[in-house]
Every structure is written in C-alpha cells, then in structure tokens.
Design a protein around this ligand. Structure first.
Ligand code: NCD
Length: 328
C-alpha cells in the first residue's frame, strides 16, 4: 500500500486483514506492556497532518494513533490560513516542501475534490486522503465498515440505509463503495432529490453488482435497515449558504435560506424513528452531527456513533502499521 486516495482502491481481503490487525491492536493497547511495545514500534518516524478544512475526529485520531505507535506528529490545523497557502503557495509546492522533511506519510484534508490526487502526483511519501472536498474519505469508510462488522457480525447480506446530504458528503460516497465489496448487499440512499448520491457512485455499484435504490421515504427505509448511516447537511459546501459572508463553495448546489431550513429538518432520527428501526439494527454517523440525530437517541443501545470514533483509532493504527511495514 502506498497512497490511500479512494475507497475504490481496496480489496475485501485487504480490509478484512486490517480489521483483524485493528482488533489485535485494541487487545494489545489494553495491557500496559502492550501499550509500551506499540509505542516503541516506529520511534522517530514522522506523520504530518496537513488539514485545510476543520476537523475534530480525523485529525486527533491520526495524531493519537501515530503517537501510540511512537511516531512524531506534526500538525497544521487550518492550513488555509496558517500555512503559506495564504501567500499563494500551491498545494503541490507545499507537498514538495513536506516531502523534503522525510516524513513517513502525509495525512491531507483538502477543500477541493481531487486535492489528494494532486498531492499524490508530486509526493514520494504516502499521501493519506483525509477528505477532499465532496470527493472521498477512504479511511473513514474503512473504520465505518469495521464498526458495522463488529456490531452486526458481518458485512455481507445486509440492507444498508445511507442518508442525508449524499451529494456533497464524502463519507457516504466512500462507504457505499466499500460496502459493495461484500456480497448480497442492498443500499437504500435516503435524500431529497437535490442531494441524492451522484451517478459516479451508482455506476460503480452497478459495475460491482450491488443493488441500490434512491428514495426520500426515510421511514420505509428504516423499517428495512440492518444498519443506518446518517450524515449531516454539508452547509459549508453550498453556494449562497448564508453561513459565511462569501459565496460558499463553487462545488455545491445553490440554495436559499428557506431551502437550508428544509434540508436541516428533512430527515431527523429521533425516538419515533428509532421505534420503526429493527431491534438488531444500528445507527452510525461519521460526526459531527447537526439536528439529524436527536441527542435523545444517544442512550439507545443501537446508537453506535461514539464507539465508531474509538474504532477509528484502532483502524488507523492498523493502517499506519501497514504502511510502515511496507516501507521497511
Ligand atoms: C466527516 C468529514 O469531514 O467528511 N467527518 C469526519 O471526518 N468524521 C463528516 C462531515 O464533515 O460531515
């Protein structure tokens, strides 16, 4: 494994191996001697987090994961305003500069789709795509699949409901492609028509033989769900979003404030929604959440979104370990 750019690059066996390593790491971390052994593994190697967009989970998760493997972590939290990007430096030159410091890997979050591919084109060291605009977020998809597997017992033969802002949300796109690696899955995409999943993803599912449907009937979908993956409206990606003084993102749909209110309230998972969800099902969310999952749902045993974060750390440790062992 060199660069990690898209969910599309992974094979099922590779991911299953990673899940196993993540489980072993979890086990090892639970013992003090194990923690010390892990922390001695890659002492002196460097992971650089270069984040052009806000992040809580992904950045901390990579930093803590790399730290627990003994690595030196160097982070820019808001590269759009804290790096030489302000002075007009191109992404390519920033990546060339970081390469000159000989890091083991660069974790990049970028505000434009294709940013990770651009970085990889000029990088000798592995680029890990931590989200590129409305493109992809492959490591999130791997951890999402891992937690669903842990909670559900398997990743095949399932009806997966993926809902929210599927047009601009990169986690949903990466997860749908990841789930298509297992057999007999059916994906129900729940969104208002303007925010439905894009055809590049549905075409990919078709080519892999995964069935899907697109609907705005949340209740009908929830009744049939083996797992529910909910996402927030990606307000910062809309044009005229009214959430900032600028025009918003050139990549997003054009909305007015009335439409934003409609989108915000379109699909809310609350106690009433949980009542129609099968007992064995589960609710997942990459976070951060807005109104789309009520906090009253948090105490339901089927709410798994904070466990998902913990799983992410183990999965990212496994991924870093995998990349590191390939370099040696
Ligand atoms: C997501 C992201 O940045 O794409 N968050 C995450 O990495 N866990 C989801 C989002 O911002 O909606």
């Amino acid at each position: 494994m060199h660069h990690v750019l898209s969910a599309r690059q992974f094979e099922r066996e590779e991911l299953e191996e990673l899940f196993d390593v993540a489980d072993d790491i979890k086990e090892t971390l639970s013992i003090p001697d194990g923690r010390r052994e892990l922390a001695g593994r890659y002492v002196g190697d460097v992971l650089i987090n270069e984040f052009y967009e806000p992040s809580t989970r992904t950045r901390h998760s990579f930093a803590v994961s790399a730290g627990r493997l003994g690595m030196i972590v160097d982070s820019t939290e808001n590269a759009k305003v804290q790096s030489s990007a302000v002075k007009g430096e191109t992404l390519e030159d920033t990546i060339r500069t970081l390469n000159a410091l000989d890091p083991a890997m660069i974790v990049l979050r970028y505000h434009e789709t294709g940013g990770a591919d651009r970085a990889a084109a000029v990088s000798e060291v592995p680029i890990i795509n931590a989200g590129d605009g409305k493109g992809e977020h492959p490591t999130q998809a791997i951890l999402d699949a891992a937690i669903i597997k842990e909670k559900r017992g398997r990743l095949s033969d399932g009806t997966y409901v993926i809902g929210g802002d599927l047009l601009h949300g990169r986690t949903a796109k990466s997860l749908a492609q990841t789930l298509s690696l297992w057999e007999n899955n059916h994906i129900i995409f729940v969104a208002i028509p303007e925010l439905q999943i894009s055809s590049d993803i549905t075409m990919e599912l078709e080519s892999r033989g995964t069935s899907y449907e697109q609907t705005s009937d949340m209740y009908d979908a929830l009744r049939r769900a083996d797992a529910v993956y909910w996402t927030r409206p990606q307000l910062e990606r809309y044009k005229n979003a009214g959430v900032s003084s600028d025009e918003g993102s050139p990549e997003g749909i054009r909305v007015d404030s009335e439409m934003i209110e409609m989108i915000r309230n379109a699909f809310v998972i609350d106690e009433a929604a949980m009542q129609v969800l099968p007992k064995a099902s589960g609710v997942y969310h990459p976070l951060p959440r807005g109104k789309e999952i009520s906090t009253t749902v948090d105490s339901d045993p089927r709410a798994h979104y904070f466990d998902q974060v913990r799983k992410g750390m183990h999965v990212r440790m496994a991924l870093i370990d995998r990349i590191q062992s390939g370099r040696r």
